[in-house]
Design a protein around this ligand. Structure first.
Ligand SMILES: [Zn+2]
Length: 323
């Protein structure tokens, strides 16, 4: 059994185990939605065997915990200072010696309450809420790098030396930044920028599409590797997917809880720009043309979307998409 005072134990291993017991339950629960979004295309993590999360999800949560533990150890070296002051001071207090970590972990995983001790509120904010808020973006960037795509294309285009000659016209640059980010989201088939962006930049929509095409051509000439990494060529045949992977239309291996959860995810996606993906999945399922951007999403992601639509019910999603 660990006590809160163990967080400040001179034996780092013991301190680390106490810290895990304190934060892992809250961190795992709080990061679930972000990780489902970024690693599982919005569907529920399938987990591994009887364990709750797959290896990728678990690694992401563990990285957050390790990082938080390092910050706590630094704060303990300078008690009374910095954002973690109240946690560090409490861990060294006499009261912490017989306060069980398991009890504190329960508070940490419970909804936020002004009745919780100040050090618990501070720990939740610093070890759970803030890291989770940035988790989706961080995992996305790490994946992009692992898959050979630029993690921050907007920064490259705005600041990298090689992109200098693309920055002659500020409106063209904005159009290129938007178009490149859109391509990385799997929409390299689209050329028209959205109306609100055109309005903001003060360009006519027809003119804007022509400028996007011209900027793409310039980007491809200036840095072909970067261009192709963003506008990756289709790598997936929807016909092959249909033949291998699509379950029969009337197969229904999902529980009611799966269905409810999947429908919640679909409802959220319908409110975002991921709506296009759902439309394309439903059309592909119906044997209509497969949109190029769907193919560009990559096989794994498309499979996750298929599972999600299947769990939510194809007919149900089809009706919602048509609304
Ligand atoms: Zn997972």
């Amino acid at each position: 059994m660990y006590f809160v005072a163990d967080l400040a134990h001179p034996d780092t291993d013991r301190a680390a185990r106490a810290f895990d017991a304190l934060v892992m339950p809250a961190l795992t629960a709080a990061s679930r939605r972000a990780l489902d979004n970024v690693l599982h295309g919005g569907a529920r993590c399938p987990g591994v065997a009887r364990r709750a999360r797959c290896h990728e999800c678990e690694t992401a949560v563990r990285d957050l915990a390790l990082d938080a533990f390092d910050r706590l150890r630094e704060a303990l070296d300078e008690p009374g200072r910095g954002r973690l002051a109240s946690v560090a001071v409490h861990a060294r207090s006499a009261a912490a010696r017989d306060e069980r970590v398991a009890d504190a972990a329960e508070l940490l995983a419970a909804p936020r309450s002004p009745r919780h001790p100040a050090w618990v509120r501070c720990a939740r904010q610093q070890f759970v809420a803030l890291p989770v808020r940035h988790l989706e973006g961080a995992v996305r960037r790490r994946r992009a790098v692992a898959e050979g795509r630029p993690a921050r294309p907007e920064r490259d285009l705005r600041t990298a030396g090689w992109a200098g000659e693309l920055r002659g016209d500020p409106v063209d640059l904005e159009l290129l930044v938007f178009d490149t980010q859109r391509a990385l989201r799997g929409r390299s088939d689209a050329v028209e920028p959205p109306a609100d962006l055109c309005r903001r930049l003060g360009v006519e929509p027809g003119d804007a599409a022509a400028r996007v095409r011209a900027m793409r051509a310039r980007l491809r000439a200036v840095n072909p590797g970067f261009y192709h990494a963003c506008h990756r060529a289709p790598s997936l045949s929807m016909d092959a997917l249909r033949a291998d992977e699509l379950p029969a239309r009337n197969a229904d291996p999902y529980t009611r809880a799966d269905r409810t959860r999947a429908r919640e995810v679909v409802a959220r996606m319908l409110e975002s720009d991921e709506r296009d993906w759902l439309v394309a999945i439903v059309e592909a399922w119906d044997g209509r043309d497969v949109k190029g951007f769907l193919v560009g999403l990559g096989r794994r992601r498309v499979l996750r979307l298929l599972r999600l639509v299947e769990a939510a019910g194809l007919d149900w999603v089809g009706r919602r998409v048509g609304e």
